[in-house]
Design a protein around this ligand. Structure first.
Ligand code: PEP
Ligand code: MN
Length: 366
């Protein structure tokens, strides 16, 4: 697959004056719940109504979706509100049922994208369809696996495609339910600038309070749309209660978000500058996070040296690190002088940390 303008035909055909908004509950729960939320979304920026019918749960015993019965509710929601509908399909049988019930857009979930067998089964079931298919990133941070899934659909002659960035699993608990790893989506966008890219802030955040900021970052990075989990009573949702927002919060949010429209020379310049600056911000954030992690390891080494009465400064090891980093720096067009300056500063900070650890022990001996 190569980048082609045609990749975004389906989105351009919608002629939206703003990024695409997909909204609706994590799960369809009852007919009344589906219809109430769809009606509340009707007069917002949302064009597409989402609801999970079959829910992939990491652990069994949680709500696993209402199943095919809910597809009739989606059909009714579409008839009554004019919103397009979308749901997750995870096998050929889901595809068949979703098509029978006129679902407009099908999405492939993160737990399916990890498996080329499942992706192939879904792609085969959809061969040649003109339905829109949106592919979520796999749970693990692997760009090729994500692109591989897109290519399987493309090769099955499914040409109305898009991707949804929903973040990546980590074992360590972070402020996110799924770490955004913006760099992966930015790399994908660089390779396929015309492939519609949609942010799912809900599954990245896992909580309501950072959804706005995630959406703003995505718009600053020129994403094409947002998929936001929305429920009239989020706290009592049957799944993903902590991350859902109400349709009216969504409505306010879309008004407050700054959307960059690309028109006119000056505006285009400002848009491009803002996008590049957001990319820098993403990397700066990663740099600080990595430096913090490095320092924690230096602390652990400090403890170990203290327990074993070993001197903090070990010039041989330090010279080895410097030599290696100067060579690696060259590969990335970074001058020796720059690497030396950075590494001297990092090394000094590590020594300060380790000195603190050793002096804490001395204090406790007095
Ligand atoms: C969902 O959208 O409700 C969902 C299950 O998403 P994901 O596949 O991203 O976990
Ligand atoms: Mn969900």
């Amino acid at each position: 697959m190569e980048n082609k303008k045609e990749l975004r035909n389906w989105l351009d055909a919608m002629e939206l004056a703003h990024p695409l908004v997909i909204a609706g509950p994590c799960s369809a729960e009852t007919e009344a719940q589906v219809l109430k939320i769809a009606h509340e979304l009707k007069n917002t920026d949302a064009t597409v109504f989402r609801a999970g019918i079959w829910k992939p749960r990491t652990r069994p015993g949680n709500f696993e979706g209402v199943g095919a019965l809910g597809l009739k509710w989606l059909q009714r929601a579409k008839e009554e509100t004019g919103l397009l509908t979308t749901t997750e399909v995870a096998n050929a049988n889901h595809v068949e049922l979703a098509l029978e019930h006129d679902v407009d857009i099908l999405w492939v979930g993160a737990r399916s994208t990890v498996s080329p067998f499942i992706v192939q089964e879904i792609a085969d079931a959809l061969k040649g369809t003109d339905k829109i298919v949106l592919i979520k990133n796999p749970v693990n941070p692997d760009l090729s696996l994500w692109l591989g899934a897109v290519e399987r659909f493309y090769s099955a002659n499914v040409k109305n495609l898009g991707v949804i960035h929903r973040g990546f699993s980590t074992y360590e608990k972070t402020r996110y339910r799924n770490n955004p790893e913006w760099q992966i989506a930015i790399d994908l966008q660089n390779r396929f600038p015309d492939l519609p890219l949609i942010l799912d802030p809900s599954h990245i955040a896992g909580r309501r309070d950072i959804i706005f900021d995630l959406c703003q970052t995505a718009l600053d990075l020129n994403y094409d749309g947002l998929m936001v989990e929305t429920h009239y009573d989020p706290d009592n949702a049957w799944s993903d209660a902590t991350q859902q927002i109400t349709p009216s919060t969504l409505d306010k949010m879309t008004v407050d978000l700054k959307i960059r429209k690309e028109e006119g020379d000056a505006i285009e310049f400002n848009n491009k500058l803002a996008t590049l600056r957001t990319k820098i911000d993403v990397i700066d954030h990663q740099l600080i996070e990595m430096l913090g992690k490095r320092m924690k390891i230096a602390d652990a080494i400090g403890e170990l040296k203290r327990e074993n009465n070993v001197a903090i400064l070990q010039s041989k090891r330090w010279n080895e690190i410097l030599g290696k980093m100067i060579l690696e720096g060259e590969e990335h067009r970074l001058s020796e002088e720059f690497i030396l300056r950075i590494y001297k500063a990092i090394h000094q900070e590590s020594i300060n940390h380790q000195n603190k650890i050793v002096s804490q022990q001395e204090k406790s001996l007095h």
